[in-house]
Design a protein around this ligand. Structure first.
Ligand code: FAD
Length: 305
């Protein structure tokens, strides 16, 4: 495989937008994705807040449109995982290690996104896939007429709790605060839904079950009380952790491991850019991911000249 000028790691919205802009700038670009295109968009059913689609758009349809658009300008694709990124032999090269080969582009855009943060409580790992899930679109239909708990209070938790009411007869929304962090429209939707019951000021301490989820053990911080809440499923939406393990240890990150960049998406390593959810920023959404991707590709264009 000849060395491209630019490698983009990840084909979520940030990577696909970067590919589109890099392709149009006629930068010789390779986009590497270990699964399929779409990233976290694969984990949801409908996107209601992406500009240009006032009636919302099915997530798979938006993925298809973005992937087609990204390919239109000649960017090459490679299906595989990047295991390591580090300084190359020369000043003008960054080493990108794949399973069977190592490439040496002039610039790299890390658009590797993020994965759900685990709660790290007893029962969670053992019961994952046996009633504990991080993806309502993937697993929601298994809980038809059953009772589930959604853990979290941000946009994703609330949006997915509403989605789960299509299947479940009851959705407990367990949140550690006394109000939801989610944006206004989502809050209203959830709190007016008769199938959703918020459980405020509460942390989940354990997930109980033997081969299948039976209950969540909850601690109400305001009342100082513990109780077992019987449920058939638990959906965890407790934030994300960035996919950055393949990067040099000394790259600049925030306290949660997100990559720190300047407004050109430059990381602390020359030639290495970051875009999307793996980056330290206030809002992790599709619309901000594509903005980051476009900016990063533009910055690479300025660098390469
Ligand atoms: P990601 O989408 O995470 O994509 C990263 C890609 O990189 C993945 O495909 C991954 O496989 C790949 N990758 C990672 N490491 C490697 C490696 N080493 N080698 C090769 N490939 C690699 N946002 C909205 O705007 N509206 C919504 O309605 C909405 N709903 C959501 C619902 C759910 C359930 C979730 C989880 C998220 C939702 N979001 C929503 C958030 C949105 O999906 C993300 O902000 C967005 O996808 C981030 O894009 P990204 O390209 O930065 O990363």
């Amino acid at each position: 495989m000849p060395d491209p000028q630019l490698i983009i790691i990840g084909a979520g919205p940030a990577g696909m937008a970067a590919a589109l802009y890099a392709g149009r700038a006629r930068i010789k670009t390779l986009i590497i994705e270990k699964l399929g295109p779409g990233g976290q968009m694969l984990w949801t059913d409908r996107i209601e807040n992406y500009p240009g689609f006032p009636d919302g758009i099915a997530a798979y349809e938006l993925i298809e449109k973005m992937a087609t658009h990204a390919k239109k300008f000649g960017v090459e694709e490679f299906s595989g995982e990047v295991f390591h990124v580090g300084p190359g032999e020369t000043k003008n090269c960054i080493k990108v290690k794949l399973e069977t080969t190592t490439l040496c582009p002039r610039a790299v855009i890390v658009a590797a996104g993020a994965n759900p943060r685990r709660l790290g409580i007893k029962g969670e790992a053992e019961l994952t896939g046996r009633g504990v899930s991080y993806c309502a679109t993937c697993d929601g239909a298994f809980f038809k007429n059953q009772t589930v708990a959604v853990i979290g209070g941000g946009d994703t938790a609330v949006q997915e709790a509403v989605f789960l009411t299509r299947f479940a007869k009851k959705v407990y929304l367990v949140h550690r605060r006394d109000q939801l962090r989610a944006t206004g429209v989502l809050r209203e939707l959830a709190l007016s839904n008769p199938k959703i019951e918020p459980v405020w000021n509460t942390v989940t301490e354990e997930i109980e079950g033997d081969g299948a989820v039976r209950a969540v053990l909850l601690f109400n911080k305001a009342a100082g009380e513990r109780k077992a809440l019987p449920v058939d499923g638990v959906f965890v939406f407790a934030g994300m952790q960035p996919n950055t393990s393949f990067l040099p240890q000394d790259i600049r990150k925030d306290s949660q491991g997100f990559l720190i960049t300047d407004e050109w998406m430059r990381t602390s390593i020359p030639g290495l850019f970051a875009a999307g959810d793996c980056r330290a920023k206030p809002l992790r959404q599709i619309v901000t991911a594509v903005g980051d991707g476009a900016t990063a590709a533009y910055a690479v264009e300025q660098l390469i000249g």
